[in-house]
Design a protein around this ligand. Structure first.
Ligand code: AMP
Ligand code: ZN
Length: 663
């Protein structure tokens, strides 16, 4: 078999596995086997750049960066849907339809997925364009990001028209959403509010490699084009499925509005078991001929109707507002409610987010409030029932002192939350920070749990994470429920964490906005904590993916004398505060100090690998060209504005081969 044949056959095979896994939810090989094959293909493609294919399964990991998304006019307008809320609304709609079309009317019932709508264009079986809905007339070209979503076929199978569009919804399943939020919380960041906004936000990320990491899915529901060889919406769904698209199988045909209502009633309950958010049912006249007869209003098709599920809502009493202090000192007001049943769970508390939210709702203790569980995971208070407000009610005055340590709170410009600045003396901050330090993804200290940390702090045995390394079994043993064995386990678990590599130590320190990924980048770029501690703002933001906010937070952290003392003590205790020799060995100083800008598409190495090579060899990667840039490494399709700028500043533009020779 020639290399080309081998490449083609691997691409075909991997495409098939992707389809089984991401579209049919029915994997046919193990993840491990898949990885081996993918690596094999990657290697062959590297050796044979002449067989480059922009739709190869190897490109799912992303890497291309889009600075500004191009605006694209939709070839077919993307309309809205009219909404209905009752049987009467639907019957009125049917009456209007029957006035305009002859014969029986059948309806397709589908679920209304709550995500970001998308129009995909395919030509000769290949995905050529993915555009957001925008204002319906024009949207943003987000093709590079969409290509990373595994359930979007890059190459179709079976019979397909030469050119067509397909509409669908990009959704973020609850599981993936929750996981992303766990990571954000671990990094001391505000969690995302709901899957829908997070999904649509993801599409506008500049770095497609970041999009690739998010577990987005694409559900399709409508084919558009000529020569589709279908006569009904339902056939369209089946046809799309046969070409390899992920088309939900819940769609049903209905012969009457009563049938439609059965579907609505069923899914109003059953939707809670689905992996993603739905907010209603979309009912479409099934016959495409009848659809054409009905046409469109100024904003929506006359042949389709959304039926919105009632967001589950209950009224209950606000008993008290309490305030929580997080490990970063951020204050979160919490509504303590009279317990009430909502969407199958008992709700006792709801987040009030921040003081602005409280002011906006003018919410007061004793108020009757409406609680809703919509797209959000945590129930929220949407309104106050003023008619039931007790006469003697008093406006809520937001606290100005920390509820735990009574320090005066501060509010940073541009941030919604108040903070307790008593970094080292505020119990939940001290405990929370040490709990984060020992957690699994950080120092992963065996034999020590969150409750024991709280106990150790409250008994005055530790006050920061450096203290952990000086604890003895004798000190710990007298504690409640602490046997000799467990005291020894604790001490040996702490000692074992001295092997944890630098990047995880950096994450464990709990610097605000320094999550796992950022910690890795910082470790790699600066190589030791001493260098990070001394880095200027400019030096920090010059590192890959480090923005202003992170840089400021890193500077603040190391500016604190308390933190400096703690770090010195960690150092004395032998914690890894720099890259290991092994990690260093893969790196050289060949490119020392040179700043590179990388632009375009590369063949022998991926964009991410190229950046890694630059950084591993002492160079720096910057995202925009300035007089400080030393080289621009240009691949195919380098942005024209970048070229003009580089030429204007007389900066050498080199190819990937020129670059590889430098090493
Ligand atoms: P609206 O944004 O309320 O006007 O509703 C229209 C949007 O519903 C469309 O732009 C789609 O993004 C979305 N939608 C979700 N599921 C479906 C579906 N099965 N059929 C049509 N549109 C859908
Ligand atoms: Zn405090």
């Amino acid at each position: 078999m020639s290399a080309e044949q081998k490449i083609q056959s691997l691409r075909k095979e991997l495409r098939e596995h992707n389809h089984n896994y991401y579209v049919l939810d029915n994997p046919s090989i193990s993840d491990y086997e898949f990885d081996i094959k993918l690596k094999e293909l990657q290697k062959l493609e590297e050796e044979h750049p002449e067989f480059y294919d922009a739709n190869s399964p190897t490109l799912r990991v992303g890497g291309e960066v889009t600075k500004n998304f191009e605006t694209v006019v939709h070839e077919h307008r993307m309309y809205s849907l009219d909404n209905s809320y009752s049987k009467e609304d639907l019957l009125d709609w049917e009456t209007r339809i029957k006035k305009q079309v002859d014969g029986d009317v059948q309806y397709t019932c589908e679920l209304k997925y709550d995500g970001a709508s998308m129009s995909l264009t395919y030509e000769n079986g290949k995905l050529t364009k993915a555009v957001t809905r925008g204002d319906g007339f024009q949207g943003d070209n987000v093709t590079t990001n969409i290509k990373t979503i595994r359930s979007v076929p890059l190459q179709l199978k079976g019979d397909y028209p030469e050119k067509f569009h397909i509409r669908g919804e990009i959704v973020l399943p609850f599981d993936g959403f929750n996981k992303m939020n766990e990571e954000r919380l671990a990094a001391g960041e505000e969690p995302y509010r709901n899957p829908r906004n997070t999904a649509s936000g993801s599409l506008k990320l500049q770095d497609s490699a970041e999009v690739a990491k998010r577990p987005l899915e694409c559900l399709l529901y409508s084919l558009i084009g000529d020569n589709l060889e279908i006569t009904t919406q339902f056939e369209g769904l089946e046809k799309a499925r046969s070409m390899g698209f992920k088309v939900p199988t819940v769609a049903k045909l209905a012969n009457s509005i009563d049938d439609v209502l059965d579907f609505v009633e069923h899914w109003d309950i059953a939707r809670h078991d689905l992996p993603y958010e739905t907010d209603g049912v979309v009912i479409k006249v099934n016959s495409l001929f009848q659809q054409e007869e009905l046409g469109y209003t100024a904003k929506a098709p006359r042949w389709a109707m959304a039926y919105k599920f009632k967001a589950e809502q209950v009224s209950t009493r606000l008993n008290e507002i309490t305030y929580q202090v997080g490990r970063t000192g951020a204050i979160t007001p919490v509504a303590n409610l009279e317990p009430v049943e909502l969407a199958g769970t008992t709700v006792k508390r709801a987040s009030l987010h921040n003081s602005d939210q409280i002011e906006k709702l003018d919410i007061r203790v004793g108020d009757a409030v409406f609680v809703e569980k919509g797209g959000e995971i945590i129930p929220k208070i949407i309104a106050v029932d003023l008619s039931k407000r007790p006469e003697n009610s008093q406006p809520t005055i937001y606290i100005n002192q920390c509820p735990e340590c009574y320090t005066e709170l501060i509010r940073i410009e541009g941030e919604a939350k108040h903070y307790c600045p008593n970094y080292n003396g505020c119990n939940p901050q001290v405990v929370g920070r040490i709990q984060h330090f020992i957690s699994r993804k950080a120092m992963d200290i065996e034999g020590l749990g969150g409750e024991t940390v709280a106990l150790l702090v409250n008994e005055g045995l530790i006050n920061n994470y450096a203290d952990l390394y000086e604890l003895t079994a004798e000190q710990v043993m007298p504690l409640e429920r602490m046997a000799e064995k467990s005291a020894e386990n604790l001490v040996s678990g702490v000692a074992a964490s001295k092997q944890i590599p630098f990047e995880r130590v950096l994450f464990a320190l709990g610097i605000r906005y320094v999550g796992e990924t950022v910690a890795k980048k910082l470790a790699k770029h600066f190589k030791s904590i001493d260098v990070i501690a001394k880095a200027s703002f400019e030096e920090l933001v010059a590192a890959d993916e480090i923005g202003d906010r992170i840089a400021e937070s890193v500077i603040d952290f190391f500016a604190s004398e308390d933190n400096q003392v703690i770090i010195d003590r960690l150092k004395l205790n032998g914690i890894q505060l720099e890259l290991s020799e092994e990690q260093m060995a893969n790196q050289t100083n060949t490119l020392n100090g040179n700043i590179f800008v990388v632009s375009g598409v590369f063949h022998s190495v991926s964009r991410a690998e190229l950046k890694k090579l630059i950084e591993d060899n002492g160079g720096k990667v910057s995202s925009s060209i300035s007089s400080k840039t030393n080289y621009v490494v240009a691949g195919d399709k380098m942005g024209p504005s970048k070229r003009v700028k580089a030429e204007g500043l007389n900066i050498p533009i080199i190819t990937e081969n020129d670059f590889l020779k430098m090493l």
